[in-house]
Design a protein around this ligand. Structure first.
Ligand SMILES: [Zn+2]
Length: 275
């Protein structure tokens, strides 16, 4: 069973957890690390023989077009993570349409490859955005991976399906939620910081559980999660700091193990939506 491996390409200062303490107007003045970190991710995948999908901010593609080209040239799928990490539920349909178009234009120009996949910043497609999938379908996207079917303090849509589904009756658009483990009637998140902080056995359990249902798992992480040397945001809330900086040093090794224990590929290939 081929599972979806994905990376949300954004820099250490662009994460949702810091948005209240770092102004977007200051982004250009902060020390960028996304290029070197994403190159390190590319090397990890190269060593493991894994292809993946890179959901990239338009903001990043606009500033680092050569990075996007390296992702494409290595055989990975390039996809959209929106323009500047504005969460979908903070927009209306028209603003979402504009955000998608601006991001796609920058990413396609940089990579020279069509963008047909989308991941909402902080999994921000939920019951507050009933128009979002229709906007994606109308813009020609083949799939979205924008739903976390779990309850979390920053995001989540607990009642959403766990596996890929068609959110619109008259469109082939597929929504492929990130994988959660179901345990004693509860759902546990598995990607990103959860994978970093919790035992990898929980993610292994989730992948096996999902594959037993003949469904591909969907895993994600961020380039900054393998970067112990990133600047520390001292004025962020303690809980955010604990989550963001925990176990950064162990992450690359954990990822190597996860890649060795299961089969991983690009999201479009894993869900049968490759062009
Ligand atoms: Zn993100």
């Amino acid at each position: 069973m081929l599972n979806g491996m994905s990376v949300d390409v954004e820099d250490w200062f662009q994460v949702g957890a810091f948005e209240r303490v770092i102004d977007k107007a200051d982004w250009d003045a902060l020390a960028p690390r996304v290029e070197r970190n994403t190159d390190a991710v590319l090397a990890l995948f190269e060593d493991a023989g894994v292809k993946a999908t890179f959901f990239t901010l338009g903001w990043v593609a606009h500033r680092y077009p050569a990075l996007v080209r390296r992702i494409v040239d290595a055989g990975h799928e390039i996809a959209s993570h929106g323009w500047d990490h504005a969460r979908v539920f903070t927009m209306d349909a028209a603003a979402f349409r504009a955000d998608l178009a601006k991001a796609r234009s920058a990413i396609e120009q940089a990579g020279g490859a069509a963008v047909t996949g989308y991941r909402a910043p902080s999994f921000s497609i939920d019951p507050r955005t009933p128009w979002a999938h229709a906007v994606l379908a109308e813009a020609g996207y083949r799939y979205s991976s924008s739903v976390a079917p779990v309850r979390h303090d920053h995001y989540g849509w607990r009642e959403a399906p766990r596996y890929a589904f068609r959110p619109l009756p008259d469109s082939a658009l597929i929504e492929v939620p990130v994988t959660v483990a179901e345990f004693a009637g509860r759902r546990l998140a598995t990607g990103g910081g959860f994978f970093r902080m919790l035992p990898a056995a929980i993610t292994d359990y989730a992948v096996r559980q999902v594959n037993a249902e003949a469904q591909p798992a969907m895993f994600y992480f961020h380039p900054w999660e393998i970067d112990p040397g990133q600047p520390r945001v001292a004025n962020a809330p303690l809980k955010s700091r604990i989550r963001h900086y925990a176990r950064l040093r162990a992450m690359a090794g954990k990822l190597r193990g996860l890649m060795a224990r299961h089969d991983w590929g690009r999201v479009d290939a894993a869900i049968g939506a490759a062009a």
